[in-house]
Design a binder for this molecule. Sequence first.
Ligand code: ADP
Ligand code: MG
Length: 388
Amino acid sequence: MKRTIRDLKNIKGERILVRCDFNVPLDNWGDILDDTRIIAAIPTLKFLNDQGAKLIVCSHLGRPKGYDKFLSMFPVSVVLMKYFPNKVKFCNKVIGPEVKKAVNQMKNGDILVLENLRFHDGEEKNDPTFVNELSSLAQFYVDDAFGVAHRKHASNYGVALKLPNAIGFLIEKEINVFEKAFKQPEHPFVAIFGGAKVSDKLNLIKNVIGVADKIIIGGGMAYTFLKAQGYEIGNSILSEDQLDNAKQILRLARQKGTEILLPIDHMCLTDKGMVVRVREIGRDMTALDIGYKTVKLYSKAIKGAKQIIWNGPVGKYEDRRFKKGTTKIAKAVAHSKAYTIVGGGDSVSAVNMCGLGDKINHLSTGGGASLKLMEGKILPAVEVIDTL
Ligand code: ADP
Ligand code: MG
């Protein structure tokens, strides 16, 4: 078991470097569009702050190349000020003498928010000098940045190797949810996979064969499977190099008794720009959503489930004409009696777009990191955390 913040004792007055995921979406003016990620970090910060620790809080934001005033952490610190009145200070540097000075001036229970980690290229390179500078600021390290836990960056992987450490509540919950779902699943266990590329998600599908009772495949990845079975898919998205793998997966599923459901009708765009529903995709067509018969078939499987994991929209949901399938699946998942987990950047935004976020048992906060957990992989930044 990984050490969590509950296992850190006598931390009053101790300096703790806390890596959060404050990578919030911004509008063109640099204002925060959605502060979910900041709010998600509050329980961890509050738990440590209540004990009188000095918290040095850091995160990345966006993909800056060097300093970028539009990607400053300052607005994030303003949100935190609302939750911790008179306790939060912002430092406009990540490392260096100004930071050291600000840290030395901290009183028990203070929270110091550092500037965007990615203003330094040492962050993503896990550069040893940058790691040393960061870790010299604190006596303990806490990682609660689930969104980057699949990366070996300085502020998570590098620093964890240098300081006594623990994971925060957010990472702890994510790991526990996925571990339970795969190691002690509730049956019937239905996994739903969609999205654009099979190649990215093949390991995901393999990991649930023999564990899930049914695998529903929709979205762009369905057509590689249909093509592998000899169906015409027109101009629909295809991962040609994965055809053999798709065949192998279908075979493996048959052997292990996992049922794979594929679309039986489709919403297609014709080369004349018309939207049509068909059972068989024509050569001049591009399938961009599942049809209503497929929705019915999938909804029935979803209704019978006791556990559901969903990754990947079943259609091009960003386009109004092709969002219906994903909306219907989101509703079926949200209204089912099963324990429901949704992971993946687009999948979570599709659920939120339908206003159904609070009806899902676990909405995973990290895109790439949740995919890794679904693949059954260990996250490098978690692996380096001390075990009890
Ligand atoms: P997630 O972020 O949840 O892991 P992905 O990024 O794998 O999901 O997939 C989402 C993308 O897949 C969306 O941009 C969506 O438009 C696209 N997509 C889904 N179905 C289709 C389709 N039939 N044809 C083309 N693109 C599709
Ligand atoms: Mg995505």
